[in-house]
Design a protein around this ligand. Structure first.
Ligand SMILES: [Zn+2]
Length: 313
């Protein structure tokens, strides 16, 4: 966009729309996530770089993971209208079977259903006759059901746009709805950040410009799950705002993620004064220091050209 445009006019952000009462905010719990080791990424027909569908199905369509989805839904979202995003038709059907086996009204929908069947399934969900509606990607755009309050994300994604589109299904205003709830079984929030946070919109030429320092800062700004209840706390929030759990500090010094570098002992090491050294060490802060509030400050290669706010329509 930077090659064709001089200025970017940023419209209302999701956060603006929440603050102004047009959308509702979203609480997120991340009870579990699949092992994505070996899952490759590729560009889909929509041009978005994301995890390979077949690899994802192998990683997620497992009885123990599906059982975990049901367990946490019962605990945190029981009896609330819920949409599920799965990795494949089979995965979606297996999730539905698990809910049905526990006596919960659940239906699967996919592109095989004709217009009448789709209207019937969506109608039953809108009228509250079906509690859980599961799909792969059919409902991620263009489906409007403001009463839907809970989303189970069982489909890992590395696409921020796709993530926001899916979350957009549950953050619409509806009578009696004060907050949406995301049960993230995909690791997407830990990977991409809170979907309702402001995005760093700017014109770019489409090429990645993220330095290792920016990557480290971004990682530091991502939400982290509470060890006790799995609520996704904003970065820097020590005490869980949901359950009050306060992890014990192991020492007076907090150590952040960093990269170990092999030192060449043949070269003399020039040491800095201790105070300067501490200040420059990765993630080390003195006790009592506060960290910045949880906001995504840097996003890799996030092109303004592709920031369609489908979720905010
Ligand atoms: Zn907690």
């Amino acid at each position: 966009m930077a090659r064709t445009s001089e200025r970017l006019v940023v419209g209302a952000t999701i956060k603006d729309l929440i603050d102004d009462g047009y959308l509702v905010d979203c609480d997120i719990y991340a009870p579990s996530e699949p092992d994505l080791k070996g899952v490759k990424s590729s560009k889909g027909i929509d041009g978005l770089l994301d995890y390979n569908q077949a690899d994802l199905e192998d990683a997620t369509d497992k009885p123990e993971l599906i059982g975990d989805i049901l367990t946490h839904w019962r605990k945190l979202a029981s009896d609330k209208p819920t949409v599920v995003f799965a990795t494949s038709i089979a995965h979606s059907q297996h999730i539905v079977e698990q809910f049905q086996a526990s006596g919960i009204t659940a239906e699967h929908i996919d592109y095989h259903a004709d217009d009448d069947e789709r209207a019937d399934i969506l109608g039953r969900f809108a009228r509250g006759e079906t509690m859980v509606l599961s799909n792969v990607a059919l409902l991620s755009e263009g489906w409007d059901c403001p009463a839907c309050e809970v989303m189970i994300l069982a489909r890992p994604t590395r696409s921020l746009i796709r993530f926001i589109q899916m979350v957009g299904r549950v953050i619409r205003q509806a009578p009696g709805k004060t907050k949406a709830l995301l049960l993230d079984h995909s690791g997407s929030t830990a990977r991409l950040g809170h979907p309702c946070d402001d995005l760093p919109l700017e014109l770019d030429d489409g090429k990645p410009k993220v330095s290792s320092k920016q990557q480290a800062e971004r990682k530091e700004s991502l939400p982290k799950p509470c060890p006790a209840c799995k609520f996704m706390r904003p970065a820097g929030v020590h005490e869980c705002p949901k359950c009050g759990f306060k992890p014990e500090r192991l020492s007076d010094v907090l150590v952040g993620d960093g990269e170990l570098v092999k030192l060449d002992r043949k070269k003399p090491i020039r040491r800095k004064p201790a105070s300067t050294c501490i200040a420059s060490c990765l993630g080390m802060v003195k006790p009592g220091d506060s960290r910045p509030a949880g906001r995504i400050t840097n996003m890799p290669n996030f092109s303004a050209a592709s920031t369609r706010m489908d979720c905010a329509r």
